[in-house]
Design a protein around this ligand. Structure first.
Ligand code: HEM
Length: 429
């Protein structure tokens, strides 16, 4: 962020009262979604554990300071077991998503430990590293196709053409989703991701969830009869040999990997391209060599993570954080975006500094504690290859418009922080 952007952000946050900031975060207005940073800055300062009034009507508290966020992410009093807050869960997500969410992300120990261990034993760093060549090939192919489709001097929306297909193909390859079935799976999962509260959104969501579930049940059956070397076959084998997973858990685990495995990475690639193109000095520093790029990727995870808020937790008992009582049964959300820009933790947090020291060990983009992102090594690998290859091929690439005209996602409910579109010119003539 340039100095001008940064000071604009701090004066905006000073002007916000805690009530106004809480209202903005609750209503998820278009303005808030377009730029949530001043609101989170005001909340960190004035209401760090803030009661919200979200549209789903379930009592919810939002945590925005770094220390509180890190502690809350690992706090066993804040449960992730969806069955323990099933009424709230139904109100927010409807009935049908229960069919897909019986996985590690929505469970507590010992179930969480069991489910995570089974995936961890097959989704190993070795398996991720073995994907390096494939990730590079997929990246090269997508960039070749980009060029074939249009002149490099015209604008192209990188999100659907590059940022989304790359992680989608990678996770599908890892799981063993056949190539000709990937587009359909992606469409259903995109519908499932669009959390809306109207009856139409709910209906579309339920249909997509049903289709996805049926598809994954069928895919698991195919892997059982004809196992291959992919992750899903390994999970099916673990289920058969050790009885370690129920059918429901197997399908839900496939779903969480498919979904979490592409959406967050896709938006993160977009955020990184956008911020580097908006700051040529930082881009030059980031592209000096592989280790500079790796450090830049970590700083962008801190500066603009694609996972704006943690998934829900609920208080198993009355919990007091920073003098605020979170009553038993209330939901808790942790603002990763807010925590990652806490000035108590990071110097000049509103500035992108790709040479910032020690950022990988401190940012919370992948969460913290037992639910720390199991896909972090894969996401890092994809980011490094995507950015390194894209900028090496198109060193003169520019944004097609002014940085301040960027359109950010304005879905009514903050889960992802990403761009709605990313128009660039690959090679301006
Ligand atoms: C830029 C990319 C990514 C980001 C920013 C990200 C972020 C996160 C965060 C913040 C959490 C913790 C959520 C919470 O505690 O409420 C999480 C968990 C998780 N992520 Fe990721 N993730 C990314 C990529 C991936 C990929 C590539 C995969 C799979 C291949 C994946 C699979 C998961 C799973 C399964 C969990 C649940 C872990 C558990 O509950 O033990 N993620 N991720």
């Amino acid at each position: 962020m340039t100095q001008a952007f940064a000071s604009e952000e701090s004066s905006e946050s000073e002007a916000l009262t805690s009530e106004a900031a809480a209202a903005a975060a609750s209503s998820c207005s278009r303005e808030f979604r377009a730029n949530p940073h001043p609101v989170y800055a005001a909340l960190r300062e004035k209401a760090p554990v803030c009661p919200l009034s979200p549209p789903h009507g379930v009592e919810t508290y939002l945590i925005t300071r770094y220390d509180d966020a890190r502690a809350a992410l690992a706090d066993p009093r804040l449960s992730k077991d969806m069955y323990g807050a099933i009424d709230a869960y139904h109100r927010i997500f409807g009935d049908s998503s229960i069919a897909l969410d019986d996985n590690m992300l929505f469970s507590d120990p010992p179930k969480h430990t069991r489910l995570r261990r089974i995936v961890g034993s097959t989704f190993t760093p070795k398996r991720v590293e073995s994907l390096r060549t494939r990730v590079q090939q997929i990246t090269d192919k997508l960039l070749d196709e980009l060029l074939e489709a249009r002149p490099a001097s015209g604008p192209v929306n990188l999100l659907p053409e590059f940022c989304f297909p790359l992680p989608l193909h990678v996770i599908c390859e890892l799981l063993g989703v056949p190539e000709n079935e990937r587009k359909q799976a992606q469409e259903w999962s995109a519908t499932v991701a669009q959390t809306g509260f109207g009856p139409e959104a709910r209906k579309a969501l339920e249909i997509a969830e049903g289709n996805l579930r049926d598809y994954l049940v069928d895919l698991c059956a195919r892997k059982r009869s004809e196992p291959e070397s992919d992750l899903l076959s390994a999970l099916v084998t673990a289920q058969d040999q050790e009885g370690a997973l129920t059918d429901h858990e197997l399908v839900s685990t496939a779903w969480v990997l498919l979904f979490a495995g592409h959406k967050s990475t896709a938006y993160q690639i977009g955020n990184a391209v956008y911020h580097l193109l908006s700051r040529p000095d930082q881009k030059e520093l980031a592209l000096r060599d592989a280790s500079a790029l790796n450090a830049a990727v970590e700083e962008i995870f801190r500066f603009e993570t694609s996972v704006e808020n943690s998934t829900f937790r609920h208080a198993k008992e009355d919990v007091v954080i920073r003098d605020t009582l979170i009553p038993k049964g209330a939901l808790v959300q942790i603002s990763i975006t807010g925590a990652n820009r806490d000035p108590e933790m990071f110097t000049a947090p509103g500035e992108l500094d790709v040479q910032r020291p020690n950022v990988q060990a401190t940012h919370l983009a992948f969460g913290y504690g037992p639910h720390y992102c199991i896909g972090a090594p894969l996401a890092r690998l994809e980011m490094q290859i995507a950015l390194g290859t894209l900028f090496a091929r198109y060193p003169r690439m520019t944004l097609a418009g002014a940085p301040e005209d960027a359109r950010w996602l304005t879905v009514p409910f903050p889960a992802f922080r990403g761009l709605a579109e990313l128009p660039v010119v690959l090679d301006p003539s």
